[in-house]
Write a protein of this length. Sequence first.
Length: 452
Amino acid sequence: MKFIRTALLLSLFAALAIPAWAMEKSPGYMLYRLSDEGRLVYIDLGSKDNVRPSKMLQLLRHESIIHPVTQEDLGGETPLGAVRVVEVFPRLSTAEVIDLVRGMDLGVLDQEARAGKIRVRPMPEGTGEALEERLKAAPDMPPLQAVKIISADGRIGGWVPNLQVGIGTQVQTAAPDSIYKLLSASRRTLADTTVNAPVGDLDSKTEIGLSFLMPVSERLSALADIQMGGVSLLTVGGRYYVGKSFWGAGRNPDGKVGEPALTLKVGKGGRGSPSLPQASLDLIQARSDDVFLATLNPEFVGDTLTDSLQTARNDTLSVITGALRTAAEDTLKELAGKGLGYALGLSVPVTRQFTLRSGLMKFGNISEFSGGVTYYLKAADPREEGVNPDGAYKSLVLALDGSYDTEAKDTYFNLDIKYPLGGRYTVGANLLTDLGGYNRFGLSLKGFFKGQ
């Protein structure tokens, strides 16, 4: 028992002592700056390395001086400045550059860090206090706020509503051009000739949509959409960031460069109106000619009917009219094709300014394959100042998508322009066209609220 107790005490001592010792002996590396204008940098030391917020670390460059005969490296580490840790994560930290030697600037420091030349170590004893005193006398260096870990969709726990309105050409569906074609052959014999009239403005020329997004964690967001008009949708789903970057470094507003994001939505929807306009519905009437009335009841024929016969005739024709209208709308609902379905999406930031994506959507009579690209005029990381989850403030974001609908047998192109106004709002405009007779124009307003 005494041996076991001693072993446990030694293990506990080692667990507490090793992180601090390892930090002293093993240098970390500065990775790169968060932005071209700022003083925040990444270092590859985190909480597992005994790093804490406000801790000061020395920046050094390893200088190699190779002996020409022995090939021994006689070089050492040249001090370049210092950083103060701002926020600590398990395997890395953000730090603020607070001091640089003369002749070194942030741009050169970033280049050398990306080449793996810049190391970080604890400050030599006594130098940290001296640097603190010197910084107090330098009021022109304002303190930085801690960098928040956020999803590419916004702050964790926040909510992101997006209102969209559109107007333009009626959506294209399989609905017929006349009311007559909505009725079966047997029912057409019961209808008045007014059913030969055109269907009219069957499908809506306007659309309105409202979507909600809530980042649940750094890698998962919940989604919900409702859309009414020419296209109707009601869906729920989520977006998942796989957490692994397959190439590149840095971020754009769609996530880490080289990290795929998967989107899945399920719900009900379809294209086209499931009901006739009232003006078209009023045109569907039962026949009232004598030949037809005689087939119903010979006593219905004539201009001088008793009150009871007149009432019976009117009631019979009303029942037939109602049945015809119901049959026409039932046919239209089948053609509108609202049904349960799903949408799948895949997006990958390929550089700090480009994102590629593809998708598949199947809801009722909608069956689309799509692909597209987003271009950010200004490279931006959503964790930086002056950036919201859509991009850098007052900098255009352009997106172009193409899709093919296997039901409508048509190809569509969607040009979308976003303009982040500030930290809370983004406005947008888009044009959907088949480069032929179908064109729709839309506007959007997105907000980012609450969250950590």
